[in-house]
Design a protein. Structure first.
Length: 430
């Protein structure tokens, strides 16, 4: 087998491979002979089909299969011999016909770059840490009560927290909404479902109140004729209802799968759920921090175009409705971020390789159990992952990224940042 390599770009390689045509023909002959022992054709006894008939019927198919197999096996040999690290399946070009006693093909592909020495010790990493407190558990239980509140009619003026059903019309210049009659809507005051000026206009009014108010509609209001306009709005209050929160008793606790209704067991369950969410979020923030610092310190690294294009496509797809292809300009806008992500991902993979990090099977089991616990039938989710190589591979990659991020944090200039649960889970944007 003869192999030659041509650099056709910074990371693109063209590999030319030639192997003896005799090797090809001998495998074709062997495979046709094997078919002769197993193939069944009408008019012939099993194992007695003439070779010429098999060649006529299946010759082209066999030659194609043998050529494909030989290209696959010789390509693996050539890549290993030349110490290349392709990032994806290559583009193959061949006539498949012998010339001068040889069959030749070219394989074009991108390879991983030569990685620089990553000075992890020089990286400045901020690692947030937090824990779940009793106050966090109390707050979550209060949230669960709010989610299951009921509403009772009251004969008083509306206040924050009340549910108000109302009818209205809005007039701005010559425009009226709705064109005829009144529009009906309802909202909990102070919930954020309505913009502030409308919330305020509905506060302090009783059932059957009818009144008018000048309302400044926000620029991003869904009705383009009212957006950014000050309109005269006529209101009629249909009903006012106040919230009624359920008691935290055995009946309430049983709604969340605690069969015996024991409050302490319920609090333990809430704590376990919050700790699982907190752990996952802290790890995600650490990975993001490590990836950002690795990319920033290696922005000049050459990375495969194919990987950057694929990552940009994924990023852009997150900004369009599911099933739609993102427009080219959106993909182009995502390229800088995609490039940084690819740099970070490649460097994290290289760190894992150089440090001989191996998958922690215990962490795989823990993460799989955490994923499964969010479903009604956890055992089926675990079975699905164990039977689907692609799902399991994705999980293993995430765990390895966790391990690399922790290794980097242990060897970098890491500052621990103590935060509260809410600061981690609901950070305030600057």
């Amino acid at each position: 087998m003869q192999v030659s390599v041509e650099n056709v770009g910074k990371l693109e390689r063209k590999l030319t491979v030639k192997f003896p045509a005799e090797r090809f023909e001998s495998q074709v002959t062997a495979r046709i002979a094997e078919m002769g022992r197993t193939v069944r054709l009408k008019g012939f006894r099993p194992g007695k089909v003439p070779t010429t008939v098999i060649q006529q019927r299946f010759g082209a198919q066999v030659r194609g299969e043998v050529l494909s197999d030989l290209i696959g096996s010789t390509l693996r040999e050539a890549v290993e011999q030349e110490q290349l690290r392709p990032i994806a399946n290559p583009s193959i070009d061949t006539t498949g016909r012998p010339e001068n006693g040889e069959i030749a093909y070219t394989a074009t592909f991108e390879v991983l770059p030569e990685f620089p020495e990553v000075d992890v010790a020089a990286l400045e990493i901020t690692r947030p840490v937090a824990e779940v407190t009793d106050a966090d558990i109390d707050k979550m239980i209060e949230t669960l009560r709010q989610q299951r509140r009921s509403f009772d009619a009251v004969d008083r003026a509306s206040a924050e927290g009340d549910f108000v059903m109302f009818e209205y019309t809005a007039t701005a210049g010559d425009y009226r909404f709705p064109a005829e009659g009144m529009e009906r809507a309802g909202s909990v005051l102070g919930s954020g479902n309505l913009f502030k000026a409308l919330d305020e206009a509905l506060t302090g009014h009783k059932t059957d109140d009818a009144y008018e108010a000048d309302i400044a509609f926000p620029a991003d209001f869904r009705n383009e004729h009212l957006a950014g306009q000050t309109a005269k709005v006529s209101f009629k209050i249909i009903k006012v209802q106040e919230p009624k929160l359920p008691a935290v008793d055995a009946e309430f606790v049983q709604l969340f799968g605690v069969a015996d209704g024991d409050l302490e067991d319920f609090r333990k369950e809430v704590r376990a759920n919050l700790e699982r969410e907190l752990k996952a979020t802290l790890m995600a923030r650490l990975k993001s921090e490590v990836a950002e610092k690795l990319a920033e310190s290696n922005l000049t690294l050459d990375v495969p175009n194919l990987m950057v294009q694929s990552e940009a496509q994924n990023l852009a797809a997150g900004n369009v409705p599911r099933g739609q292809q993102p427009p080219p300009q959106l993909i182009e806008a995502a390229m800088p971020m995609a490039r940084k992500r690819v740099i970070a991902g490649l460097l994290m993979g290289e760190i894992a390789r150089k440090q001989s990090l191996t998958i922690d099977r215990k962490r795989i089991a823990e993460q799989l159990a955490a994923i499964a616990s969010t479903y009604e039938e956890p055992e089926k989710v675990i079975e699905l992952y164990n039977s689907d190589p692609q799902l399991m591979s994705g999980l293993q990659n995430r765990v390895m990224e966790d391990q690399v991020a922790e290794w980097v944090a242990e060897h970098a200039k890491t500052t621990v940042q103590n935060l509260g649960f809410d600061e981690v889970m609901r950070p305030v944007s600057a």
